[in-house]
Design a protein. Structure first.
Length: 203
């Protein structure tokens, strides 16, 4: 297998952490320079029509994109430790929180970065006002996450899961738009320190 990767992009990091948790340390990683437009080539478009990373390319040439889809494939390939849940309720709870995190935290944070930094102005039209609004949307999720972590060790319950991966990657990435968890979010800070102790955190 090969992972088409980008060091500082959040979703490729999500997959790297997921792989590390599964012990999949021998997967070849192809570094993509997004600033230089490596993902915009005709060759890469054949692997993902949306021209986004991550992409997992299997040995037979099959390509899987979208972090959640890659999670699903890897979970089926390497069931232990389970990161998407063991029973119906746990699977649903993890899926629920992972989707919440994507839609209300990760995507707004990334949109804010794109529209505020202008880093991809050669291929999109940044809208500064949307960048600020997206940042506000991401910031609102802090209180939701804080409340959830007041009653559970991890985001989706008492076991580390894919939802924690999405949450910690987004929390770390949000620093680029000057969003950080401070002392008003003690549960997030407690949880963040817990996640940082996992060997996979540095993946």
């Amino acid at each position: 297998m090969k992972l088409y990767d980008a060091e500082f992009a959040p979703s490729p990091r999500r997959v790297r952490i997921f792989m590390a948790e599964k012990g999949l340390t021998e997967v070849e990683k192809i570094a993509m320079n997004l600033r230089e437009g490596d993902n915009l080539s005709d060759t890469f478009r054949q692997k993902n029509a949306l021209q986004k990373v991550p992409v997992l390319e299997l040995d037979d040439g099959t390509c899987i994109s979208e972090a959640a889809a890659i999670y699903r494939y890897l979970e089926e390939l390497v069931p232990e430790p389970p990161l998407l849940g063991r029973d119906a309720l746990e699977k649903a709870r993890i899926e629920m929180w992972d989707r919440r995190l994507e839609f209300a935290f990760l995507y707004p944070a990334f949109q804010s970065f794109q529209h505020s930094s202008g880093i991809f102005s050669d291929r999109m039209t940044p809208v500064a006002e949307w960048g600020m609004e997206a940042r506000n949307v991401a910031q609102q999720f802090f209180s939701i996450l804080e409340q959830q972590l007041a009653t559970s060790t991890y985001v989706a319950g008492e076991q580390f899961s894919a939802a924690d991966i999405t949450a910690v990657v987004t929390l770390d990435f949000a620093k680029v738009i000057k969003l950080r968890a401070d002392e008003q979010y003690p549960n997030i800070l407690r949880w963040h320190e817990l996640i940082k102790q996992r060997p996979s955190y540095g993946a």
